[in-house]
Ligand binder design. Structure first.
Ligand code: BF8
Length: 632
């Protein structure tokens, strides 16, 4: 790492935990360092009880597991299991949403259809009759199409992949044997193949990683986004506030954390309905704030403030000002209820998969959503009543951001510039070189890189080189906290070409200023929106996604879900920069396949670099190479 800039927000939060003597993830990381080298390299195998076996990459000691397994197979097998962990999370999230939509259509859960236009658009895409039918009728048909994929045993192509994926890529995946049928079967097969005594060929194991990437992408990410847009509406551009300074001393602060808006949407609704009860205990209002991806979902659709990304979830509890933290699924640290216990905070787990010692567990059943959500809001009000008058340490840092840039919102803005051909102004700017290319900077915030402001430094370097950035997930929080999601950032950070284009587009669209240089496209499942945007641009140019002057990055990898999302983008043909290194470096063969051979298979390529300037340089070189390939 070359930078040592600690972001202002982290600094102020760490000042609070330091002053209060509270343990944080940084303390636990320091106690854990140095971490296991075998684990980092991927050369530790725990899939059977002849082991655990480990292989020293420097050639000292045994070079095979007890069963004869090579380091290459060990690494490929471990990578596949990580990808499966990620895909299971996203596919499980999607299936849950589908079942909720089905129940809601039969009045079995109190959720109206707030995105009928999305239902009709998908209905047309899936060949479902829409003429003269209600949104509910179209949704019923769509639910049947989607659920067919989860039950099918006929080996026929997966509906969501077949209809949602761009045609050129679909054909390439079919030819490479990467298309799939039932997502659950693929997850099962991958776990089966990677268990002891099955697939020992690192190359076929790696092909399975790509296939799991597609399962993640189409039956996880895309399906989640589609159903969430049907249920809760397609995001539109909205100004928001960000950073822990959005907490309010005199209000009931209720943080929602996790990924599934089925819970957080209801919490928001009930927060609005219970304002009088909050006032009765002396609160100015109920202030719902967002953490991690469910925060992004509420921000994109309702302008709810973004309070914290993943590594800050425990830090905002240390302010003493969070009265309730209600969590659903994924990325919930077990440390959170421990921190909450130091204060009056009501920390509530809600999902049957997420029980955490020290938390209050209140099962959230969609059929009784109103009763459950109102109870959780009341728990936060009660906690406020206990907390009132006690010391709180809310950092003064509050930033502004523009959120809600779904593909539909982007096309809406660009339509004001060119109604006939909305993508033309952007495509022309790329062809003319004012926009050098596109970068998707996505994924997590990692303690190992926060003190170096890895994400912020990478984004700024790309902007200075006229690369337009889109973002999702915790990276979107990081960008919001650094002021990168504002029109002002365009003038401050962009190169002359990008600055001029964003200024002209903003004026032409009647925004009274430039478009922001980093576009907040949503939560991690909304990486599907990035794919839709790339597919639209590629389709407009008549090329494959792998030919676009574009690159992706997960600059602060944490979760298995980032591995499965990265695998999806590799299957799509994208360059994927990542730091820290995926656990593959213990295998020269796997490393070579991912960095050198993959471009000849899907066009994708893994690029590992810990220095943000060098990472940007590598991504820019890739973008230039792609430009040259297109003759621009
Ligand atoms: O799904 S970015 S730390 S919160 S995994 Fe988790 Fe990573 Fe945050 Fe959202 Ni995505």
């Amino acid at each position: 790492m070359t930078t040592t800039t600690v972001p202002a927000v982290e600094k102020s939060l760490l000042g609070i935990t330091g002053a209060r003597g509270l343990e944080t993830g940084r303390d636990r990381l320091a106690a854990m360092t140095p971490q296991c080298g075998f684990g980092e390299l991927g050369t530790c195998c725990r899939t059977c009880y002849l082991g655990p076996c480990r292989i020293d990459p420097f050639g000292d000691g045994p070079q095979k597991g007890v069963c004869g397994l090579s380091a290459d197979t060990m690494v490929a097998r471990n990578l596949l299991r990580e990808a499966v962990g990620g895909a299971a999370s996203h596919v499980g999230h999607a299936r849950h949403l589908l079942l909720l939509l089905r129940d809601a259509l039969d009045d079995g859960a109190p959720y109206p259809i707030r995105g009928p236009e999305r239902a009709f658009a998908l209905g047309k895409l899936f060949g479902v009759p829409t003429e003269g039918r209600s949104a509910k009728e179209v949704c019923r048909a769509l639910v049947d199409v989607a659920l067919q994929d989860f039950g099918r045993q006929d080996g026929k192509p997966n509906n969501w992949l077949s209809r949602r994926a761009p045609a050129r890529e679909r054909e390439a995946w079919r030819a490479a044997g990467l298309d799939y049928s039932n997502p659950h079967n693929e997850i099962e097969t991958a776990m089966h193949a990677s268990s002891m005594g099955n697939d020992a060929d690192p190359v076929t194991l790696l092909m399975r990683v790509l296939k799991i990437g597609l399962v993640d992408g189409w039956s996880g990410l895309a399906l989640c986004t589609d159903v969430q847009d049907i249920l809760f509406g397609t995001p539109q551009v909205t100004p928001v506030e960000a950073s822990p300074g959005v907490l309010e001393e005199r209000s009931v602060n209720l943080a929602v954390h996790g990924h599934n808006p089925v819970l957080s949407e209801k919490i928001l609704e009930w927060a609005g309905k219970l304002e009088k009860e909050a006032a009765a205990v002396g609160a100015e209002r109920i202030n719902v704030v967002g953490v991690c991806c469910t925060g992004n979902e509420l921000t994109m659709r309702h302008g709810v403030p973004l309070a914290a990304h993943n590594t800050q979830a425990e830090l905002i509890l240390a302010t003493g000002a969070v009265d309730g933290m209600v969590v659903d699924i994924q990325c919930i640290w077990p440390a959170l209820p421990q921190m909450a216990a130091c204060f009056d905070t009501a920390f509530i787990t809600t999902d049957e998969m997420v029980h955490i010692p020290g938390a209050r567990h209140v099962p959230f059943e969609p059929a009784r959503a109103d009763e459950s959500a109102s109870g959780m809001v009341r728990a936060a009000i009660e906690a406020f009543a206990k907390r009132k008058g006690k010391r709180v340490d809310i950092p003064k840092v509050k930033t502004r951001a523009v959120a809600g840039l779904s593909v539909e919102a982007i096309v809406g803005i660009l339509s004001k510039v060119n109604a006939e051909d909305p993508l033309k102004p952007v495509v022309d700017a790329v062809a003319g070189g004012s926009i050098l290319g596109f970068a998707g900077i996505v994924g997590c915030s990692n303690l190992k890189f926060r003190d170096g402001a890895m994400t912020e430094a990478l984004v700024k370097e790309l902007l200075a080189n006229d690369v337009l950035v889109v973002t999702t997930g915790c990276t979107a929080h990081v960008c919001a906290q650094d002021g990168l999601l504002t029109p002002e950032a365009t003038g401050r950070y962009c190169g002359p070409g990008l600055k001029a284009v964003l200024g002209a587009l903003g004026q032409a669209a009647g925004l009274g200023g430039p478009l922001p240089p980093v576009w907040h496209m949503g939560s991690c499942v909304d990486n599907s929106r990035i794919v839709d945007l790339l597919a639209a641009v590629a389709g407009r140019l008549g090329v494959k996604i792998s030919q676009l002057p574009a690159a992706g990055s997960a600059p602060e990898l944490v979760q298995e879900k980032a591995i499965s999302i990265g695998s999806f983008f590799l299957a799509l043909g994208a360059m994927v920069h990542v730091a820290p290194a995926p656990r593959v470096l213990g295998s020269p063969l796997v490393t070579k396949v991912l960095t050198q051979d993959l471009p000849g298979i899907t066009g994708g390529k893994v690029f590992v670099e810990y220095d943000p300037k060098k990472a940007a340089a590598g991504m820019i070189a890739h973008i230039r190479e792609k430009r040259a390939g297109l003759g621009i």
